[in-house]
Design a protein around this ligand. Sequence first.
Ligand SMILES: Nc1ncnc2c1ncn2[C@@H]1O[C@H](COP(=O)(O)OP(=O)(O)OP(=O)(O)O)[C@@H](O)[C@H]1O
Length: 625
Amino acid sequence: MAKQQFEAESKRLLDLMINSIYSKREVFLRELISNASDAIDKMYYYALTDDQITFDPNDYYIRVDVDQDNRQLTVKDTGIGMTKDELENNLGVIAKSGSLAFKHENEIKDGHDIIGQFGVGFYAAFMVADQVSVTSKSVHSDTAYLWHSEGADGYTIEPTTKDSIGTTITLTLKEGSEDEDYDQFLDPNQLQTIIKKYSDFIRYPIKMELTEQKLKDDSEEEYETVVEDKTINSMVPIWKKNKSELTDDDYKQFYHEKHYGFDEPLEHIHVSVDGNIRYQAILYIPEKAPFNYYSQEYEKGLELYSNGVLIMNKAPELLPDYFSFVKGLVDSEDLSLNISREMLQHDRQLKLIEKNLVKKIKQELLKMLRNDREKYETFYDSFGRQLKYGVYSDFGQNKETLQDLLLFYSSTEEKLVTLDEYVERMKDDQTYIYYATGENHTRIDRLPQTEMVKDKGYEILYFTDEVDEFAIKMLAEYEGKAFKSVSSGDLGFEDEEDTKVDDLPETDQAVFNKMKEILGDKVKDVKPSKRLKSHPVCLTNQGDISIEMEKVLSMMPDNQGIEADKVLEVNTDHDIFQSLKEAVNDGNDNVEAYTNILYNQALLIEGLSIEDPISYTNDVWKVLK
Ligand SMILES: Nc1ncnc2c1ncn2[C@@H]1O[C@H](COP(=O)(O)OP(=O)(O)OP(=O)(O)O)[C@@H](O)[C@H]1O
């Protein structure tokens, strides 16, 4: 029998196919199963137009078999089959898709969408096989044909016998080597895993014979080997089902089946969109952050299906970084895929889906925040930091989306509150939203800087995450109210003028001048405080960089030694100030020690380290003597 050559272009393409189109060899099975499913779909369409044929779903299935002795793997379908011409045209010419043509001819638009479009998937078989045989009998022909090829040098076609309509594809697998393990494709368990991974939601049953050890009837310990015909795939994807058919438990079970996380999801979102671009999505808001969530290793993304067939395990384009904790999948029949189905050709489609999903996720989170505060706080405990990073990053372009999702601990409510709730409670004479930064709530509570603001009866938000102040600086204001740190030089109280050193009695002025002289450029200024009530001193800052920000920046790998402009504020009503005044007046040589001790204590209160602990302890001994 004369061997026919693949068309010249096809030869090169076949070579390309085998070596470079797909990044994983295992996808050959996905391609053959998708073709089989397409062939059954075509039968379904054909039945719609031909009264002679009835389409009974029970008669339609795909079967995968292995013959380990002969190293053969078979994929059989009961689809429409191929005539001699079709075998020649569809399998003899690479990059010619009979399926795409069928789709166009029949103007197929509904959910029963056909997968094939490029006309290359079939050749993926040559990635794992050195011989491929296709036995096919078309619904339009009484004769069956056998197409056979051993790779790039061509193929043969000859008549054969086949009882039923459909196609059987037999691959003779390549011999394995140290680098390539083809034997895995003869292992039923491995095949089952691959089918589950890529083809779980193919609409028709994918059957396989599986060998299992089962307890013998009437026995509690004796096992027997049973060979059973099993359907491997779930067939109807949960996301194609109607929401009303599904229970919370169904969604939870799916979350675990998909290994999205070990935790229980806090919430699920099921979307079905029939707009410009049609898609379904099931998204989950997990309860706990994966161990590597706040690290470089964490990979965000949603699974992406095209019409029930898995295309990508993690499509990062579908989620912005600030919602990177969301798990789940998107299935769309409208994606323009590239030839390997591993990439998308149009970012635009994904962008559209992403935009829509972001809206849905935000709505769901706001709903949770309003209706189930406890649940929202569990979520916030795991992912609140990510939302705050989201406000800060990308030059603040997402701050509007995220600001209403933020929570901070409140000094007056003693629990987490939203910015909206804070603004609602603001006093009539209050201009700013006040915040204080520190390691934890107890420490912030005791900060001298908070005294005056608390005295005014104003609420203070406590910032304990490194990112908090950066995010708030990016936000700048909320509903027209600017944020102000309790440590900022000017607290913005309308009714109080700053006390200037020059307005003080001369004896007081002398103390300030002396302290400035001693501290030199360690501080920008030493000034009388109006915010301190019971503490003698505290540090505040001038300008945009706060002391807390200085601490965070100093921990960064590329820190450029950025420092806050520190101001030492002194409580002139405090006993210590009186002692200092006397010491300065008397020309006592402990003045330097007093000043340094007070400055160092202000550093300690701020959680900063003392520059020179030895001279600090020497100063303490000196005044204790
Ligand atoms: N099992 C089958 N039954 C009937 N026709 C088939 C079968 N497998 C392949 N074909 C025909 O061969 C054509 C080429 O298949 P191939 O897998 O190479 O491309 P495709 O499925 O059209 O596109 P894609 O590259 O996107 O998968 C198909 O379009 C279809 O007409």
